[in-house]
Write a protein that binds this ligand. Structure first.
Ligand SMILES: [Zn+2]
Length: 415
């Protein structure tokens, strides 16, 4: 009788071995490419020295990279007048650009960078928040994309990756915006909308939510930190959690939707259908309304109204302080739940909360467990995010670049 645990097929061992060696080869290709990116043109033996690879593997790996057009050889150079002339290897794929577009409650933005991270183009346009009219906002996003692509072309480069960052949850296949309460959107296929409006978009395009990317960017700035929770508020409330350096995505990719933690069981009904979600008691619209800043938000946009809120709180203006204090109590409560769930070393605050961390700390600390030892329940450090408005854009560009450096043959112009 066949074992219940019998593995299908006889070649599993060798298949696994070849997968492992393919992984090793990919990592080594990446090492050589990264070395040339960081140190500029150099000889094969210097690459071998700095990467720890053997001279023979560097020769084989660079042959594959030369064939793919990612790397090329220089003319033979005389090395200090002694010995034989040597050829240097240099990055040939120096004509690429990465583009990230960002759509928030007020505007569309686009940034293009080189492989080494230099900014080639940056464009912004306000869309005036036409509620429930995605086609008008997609027109503005398409106009920004067209400008950025023209800038990249003028710089003599080709776009190999384009990411679109939205301040809303995304999902499905193809990936679409599921709902955007700030713009009164239901499902909107943003990538399709862009393709219909802008010719010459790259084959590789991604749609990603801002909070995950901003969290990734903040994590990268904190070497050695593996357990981090990111919590932000600008458009709504969102976040992400990393455990052991890995993003907790969840089985529906919905982990980190901290704005919908139902903190107040007797609270108002949320747009999501639950009662008393964190956004219903501490969302930006609620806080701005209570602070008397709703007219400014409608008039000048969410970003500007939140900046005004922060400066009024700093100035001690009573309506603003009271509105913020009411919200901070709930944020502190939500934070206690989040910290108990993930046990992070650090909680990083983004959006306008980054400027108010000091005022959130008391709400978080006032009710901590005391029954067990301080080591077991060590309290997470609360920190302000340092990347401001650009956090998600930078996260998008970083992850696009990392994907290419992990798989340098993606740079092959023939692909
Ligand atoms: Zn909700």
């Amino acid at each position: 009788m066949r074992s219940y645990l019998h593995e299908q097929g006889g070649g599993r061992g060798s298949e696994r071995a070849s997968l492992v060696s393919e992984d090793v080869r990919r990592r080594n290709l990446s090492l050589v490419t990264l070395d040339l990116l960081e140190n500029g043109p150099r000889s094969r033996s210097r690459i071998a020295d700095s990467t720890g690879l053997t001279r023979g593997s560097v020769t084989a790996l660079s042959a594959a990279l030369v064939e793919a057009g990612v790397v090329r050889e220089s003319e033979p150079l005389l090395d200090g007048g002694k010995g034989r002339p040597v050829t240097h290897l240099l990055l040939a794929a120096d004509d690429v650009a990465f583009v990230a577009l960002q759509l928030d409650a007020d505007r569309a933005e686009g940034v293009a960078v080189t492989l080494s991270g230099d900014v080639l183009a940056r464009r912004t346009q306000h869309h005036g928040r036409p509620m429930g009219r995605p086609e008008l906002i997609l027109d503005v996003l398409a106009a920004v994309a067209t400008q950025v692509l023209a800038d990249v072309e003028e710089a003599g480069r080709r776009v190999i990756d384009l990411s679109v960052v939205v301040f809303a949850p995304v999902g499905g296949d193809p990936v679409v915006v599921l709902a955007d309460t700030d713009l009164q959107w239901g499902r909107v296929d943003v990538l399709r909308g862009l393709r219909d409006r802008v010719p010459g978009l790259p084959a590789s395009m991604r749609l990603q939510p801002d909070a995950t990317l901003a969290a990734l960017a903040e994590l990268r700035l904190r070497p050695g930190i593996l357990d981090l929770v990111y919590l932000k508020s600008n458009s709504g409330i969102g976040g992400a959690a990393f455990v052991d350096g890995r993003l907790v995505a969840g089985s529906h990719e919905a982990a980190g939707a901290f704005g919908h933690l139902p903190v107040d069981f007797a609270g108002d009904l949320c747009d999501c259908g639950q009662r008393g979600c964190l956004v219903t008691v501490a969302g930006p619209d609620v806080v701005l309304e209570r602070a008397g800043l709703r007219p400014l938000m409608l008039d000048s946009g969410l970003t500007l109204a939140l900046e005004e809120l922060v400066s009024r709180i700093a100035a001690g203006e009573s309506d603003a302080v009271r509105a913020w204090h009411d919200a901070a109590v709930w944020i502190g409560r939500a934070l206690q739940i989040i910290v108990r769930s993930f046990d992070p070393a650090v909680v990083v605050f983004g959006g306008y909360w980054a400027e108010l961390v000091d005022t959130l700390r008391p709400a978080f600390l006032r009710d901590q467990p005391t029954l067990v030892g301080a080591d077991t329940w060590a309290v997470a450090v609360l920190e302000a995010g340092v990347l401001g408005q650009d956090a998600a854009l930078r996260g998008a560009l970083w992850s696009a670049r990392a994907a290419v450096l992990e798989e340098p043959l993606l740079l092959d112009p023939a692909r």
